[in-house]
Structures are given as structure tokens and as C-alpha cells.
Write a protein that binds this ligand. Sequence first.
Ligand SMILES: [Zn+2]
Length: 350
Amino acid sequence: MPRILLIALDSVGIDPLGHARPESVYAHSRFLFPPEHRSGTDAPTPIRDGPAAGALIETVVAPEDAPGAIECAITYTSIFSGQSALRAHGLMNGLGLNEQALKDMVQRANLFRRFESPCLANAIFPLHLAFLGTSFVQARLPSFDRQAIENALTLDGQPVRLKGHDKHGFAELFTLGEINQNIFVYAADEAGARLRSWSDVRQGQALTGTLTHGLEARFNWRAFGIEPLPTQTPLEAAGILAELTRRHDFTFYKYQLADLVSHTGKIELARDVFDVIETFIGAVLREIDSAETSVVVTSDHGHLEQVAFTRGHPKSRVPTWYFGHDAERHVSAMREPEGIFHAIIDCGAA
Ligand SMILES: [Zn+2]
């Protein structure tokens, strides 16, 4: 039975003006955006210069003129349920992260449940931060409110401030803690996949959404009884994910840092984060055996490609990369997020 690795990159869209222009965040792409790719195309673009043969497909997560904002939960619900959360519910206002309507869709069909040994490679964040909203794992975590965090947590040696015009540390904490609010954590749990912890991360058995723990290292967690995570390189993180992929028939990992960087509006940071992404995916592809593992890399909505965008997330198309021997068979399905569910089941059954 073939193995599948699915990677989601939060907030990585297709550059609507084309990535070949020097101003593009992706202008220095090594293999994920080939020079011949044209933005807005429905045809797959072959990937020839990477560590494995593949194709780049443009996935439509929301029509440009759809009312409301595109949020992570809509796309992840579609990917993990195989049904369009957009068509079922429209673009729900707010983050919509713990909506019963989305849970119902996952209960009807759940990608993790379709495999014998599914793996969520991300570790859940070890605290429940009540001010970020409800989460799917709060019942099993120590809970801290805004005041407790402001009284005890520091970022770069400075107190964290979660309110007011200078929300020092809020975006960074959100980036780390949002994993607990994602529908795929609910989906993995519902399918009986083990939810990994930061102790798994310390043992090289899980990843956090930052890959390197550079963001985690800026906080002093000791007041909460948490020792810092040792930092690692994207190549070391790729080795951990490749090993998890070898031990499971379906493995999912989500990279979150692109979202934080997108909201800074700084193009140089966006370029750096894309460089990390390309290094990491290149290393993952070199470490796994492409004859037995298909790799799908996708995103939930755009933003990195338009770092100065200030009205939520732009409704750009997102890239879906397929690395495997039978790309042509899955291209049309992967033009929609819910089709990624069906393409993955189709590869798993091949
Ligand atoms: Zn997102």
C-alpha cells in the first residue's frame, strides 16, 4: 500500500501578478515555482528541477467575489472531510474554529479515518490560552487566561501584552497556540490518531508549526513549568517528518510561520520564510522513497505572496504540489480543497 504525506503551508498563495517578476516573494524559487508557470492557469505545471518529479496545480479556495473572509477552518474542513465547507456554509465570519457545523462535516467523512495508521505530525501546544478562544484539546491542558499570561510570560525578555495598541507577543503566541483550534486536530483525535506533545518534539517524534523552534525560544515558559525546546534546522525537521512518514500510511504536517510573517508586511521576512519552506520540502523529498510515498503540499489561503495585504487573507488561488508517479490522474481533483481528500484516498488505494 502506498504511503501518503500531506503538508499544509498556512497562508501561501499563488502570486496573482506572477512569480517571475523580480518583486515577487517567490522570485528566487528553486523548484516549487518553475519559470514556465503562469498564474491563473488551470493546466498543471510540471516540476522538473526538484528532488522528485511532480506537478504544480492551482487550487481555488474561494472565488474572488465571495462575500466574507477566507479563514483557515473553511479550507481545512474541506480537505479533511472531502466536502466543500465553502458551499455548505459560505465564508463563515470570524475564525469559525470550533463550529459544530464544521465538526459535523468531519464526522460524516474524515480523511484520518480512511487509513490504518494515520499520523498528525504536529504536536499540540501544551497550554490552553482561553483568550484565543475555544480549542479542541482544552480539556486535557492546563488553562491560562490573559492576566495569568501577562503576569508571568516574557517574549525577548519583555512582558507580553495582549491588549491595547501594542499587543506585544499576541501574534507570536497566537501562531504557536492556534494548532489547538484547528479542525484537523479534532479530525485526528476522532480517528484515534495519537495527539503528540512537546515531549514527543523533544524526542524527535513530532514537529511544531515553526519547524526550528526559533519562535518558541524567544519566550520564557518556565513560570508555566515548560522547559525551552532546543532549536533545530529545517533539514533536521525534514528528517523527523520523513521518519514519521515511513512509519505511517498517512502523515499530515502543518507549517504555520508563513501566517505570522504575512501579517508583518515585510517582504524580506516573507522571502526568508519561503526559502525555509523550499529547503524543508526539498529535504523531505530527498529523504523519502518516492516509489512508495506520494507527497502533496498545499495551503489554506493566500497571504505570503501579498505581504502588504491588510484586509484579512486575500482570496488568491493556492499552490498544490503533487510529487508522485501518477500526477496526471489527480490533477483535476486537486483544483478544489475537497478534491484533495479524494485524490489522497485514490493514491492510498492505488
Ligand atoms: Zn490559515
